[in-house]
Design a protein around this ligand. Structure first.
Ligand SMILES: Cc1cc2nc3c(=O)[nH]c(=O)nc-3n(C[C@H](O)[C@H](O)[C@H](O)COP(=O)(O)O)c2cc1C
Length: 361
């Protein structure tokens, strides 16, 4: 099935009748600008390592509703090594040169010169719309071994230097930063960091409302995210964490002083969530979730996109995790998961999807 057919199939979901988010008045939402770039709607697809590759972004694009899409995070030193020594593009930049804009590429590292060099190439050679820098990743290898990601939240001066260098190297392409609230609950410094980010010339700040020590435990602290806003004079604040429904997106804009929202994990199970949230923000009826038959078709379409790039064997292995996400929360998901994680070839993948992917009763 071609990309458009997948989207067309999903139209049948409209037949099941739309719903509205609750009747409270919608907030007036000003357009979100990252530099000169208008992000409309102000709903961003989050970078997720291992997931938000070209195939996933293509699915999100076809379903609509995300104002800005983002790649997985790319290691700047690895990028330099691969492109200069081995003359290859990193797998994580699959599709980036050709696909539609707007598109953000996220990079991570702790060396200002390397980040500036890679930022310049992303801006000038890859012509991306936004260069984002990761200051939020809490993963051991990034934090403890590479002193990057959320490690840098304890070094605001170095963050400032990194951003200044990258902004200068990428101009006029806007540079943004993504952070957590701090390294740990007793070291929350998001306001200080936000001022450093703005002062160094970044064009937007995204805040995941947890600390690095939290990993993914507990709930995102949106009160703390909103506390940052009065301290920003020029750049927009994008809030992130735990948004998994159109209602929650509308509530985030209603309750908190933010300019945009970013959605990550929930979009792996529901890549159509962006279009539902966008409809809700416009005050339109929210399209229902697709039928399970439509979702099965979407999963197979996603599988084809992945196999085209990675080949049948690697593509089948890669697709197992996405398939588990699609089935999440559906009746029969456990049985499906237990079978799909054992497949290793396309025919097996398709057979398990046809036989065990949850069905409408
Ligand atoms: C599997 C996975 C991979 C992630 N990879 C990245 C990444 O590459 N860069 C980044 O800034 N955040 C990354 N994140 C964090 C998300 O972008 C987001 O900040 C976090 O999941 C909270 O949003 P959510 O509650 O909507 O999931 C990742 C999260 C997950 C679950």
């Amino acid at each position: 099935m071609g990309p458009l057919a997948a989207t067309r199939n999903l139209r049948s979901i409209r037949d099941r009748g739309p719903t509205f988010v609750d009747a409270d008045p919608l907030p007036v939402i000003a357009p979100l600008f990252i530099g000169q770039l208008k992000i409309d709607p102000p709903i961003l697809q989050a970078p997720m390592a291992g997931y938000t590759n070209y195939a996933f972004r293509q699915i999100v694009r076809e379903l609509g509703g995300a104002g800005l899409l983002a790649t997985e995070m790319v290691n700047a030193k690895g990028f330099v090594w691969l492109t200069e020594q081995a003359a290859e593009n990193p797998d994580r930049l699959w599709g980036v040169k050709e696909e539609p804009r707007p598109l953000a590429v996220q990079m991570w590292d702790n060396d200002p010169a390397t980040l500036a060099k890679v930022g310049a190439r992303l801006a000038n050679e890859y012509k991306v719309s936004v260069v984002d820098i990761n200051f939020g990743c809490p993963v051991r290898d990034v934090v403890q071994k590479a002193h990057s990601g959320s490690y840098l939240l304890r070094e605001p001066d170095r963050m400032g230097e990194i951003i200044e260098r990258v902004v200068a190297a990428c101009a006029p392409t806007p540079v943004t930063a993504k952070i957590r609230l701090g390294c740990s609950r007793d070291k929350i410094n998001a306001i200080e960091i936000a001022q450093v980010v703005e002062g160094a010339g970044a064009a937007a700040l995204t805040v995941h409302g947890r600390t690095a020590a939290d990993m993914f435990r507990g709930s995102a602290d949106w009160d703390h995210i909103a506390l940052i806003k009065p301290h920003l004079k020029r750049i927009p604040l994008i809030g992130n964490g735990d948004l998994d429904s159109a209602q929650k997106v509308v509530d985030a804009f209603r309750r908190y002083d933010i300019d945009g929202v970013m959605i990550a994990r929930a979009s792996l199970a529901k890549p159509w969530l962006f279009s539902q949230a966008a409809a809700a923000l416009r005050g339109d009826p929210v399209p229902p979730d697709p039928t399970l038959d439509d979702e099965r078709q979407l999963l197979l379409h996603h599988f084809n996109l992945i196999c085209k790039r990675f080949g049948d064997a690697k593509g089948s292995l890669l697709m197992r995790k996405y398939a588990c996400c699609y089935a999440q929360g559906r009746p029969g998901a456990r049985e499906f998961r237990s079978r799909i994680v054992k497949i290793s070839a396309p025919a097996e993948f398709r057979a398990v999807v046809e036989r065990y992917f949850p069905r409408d009763c």
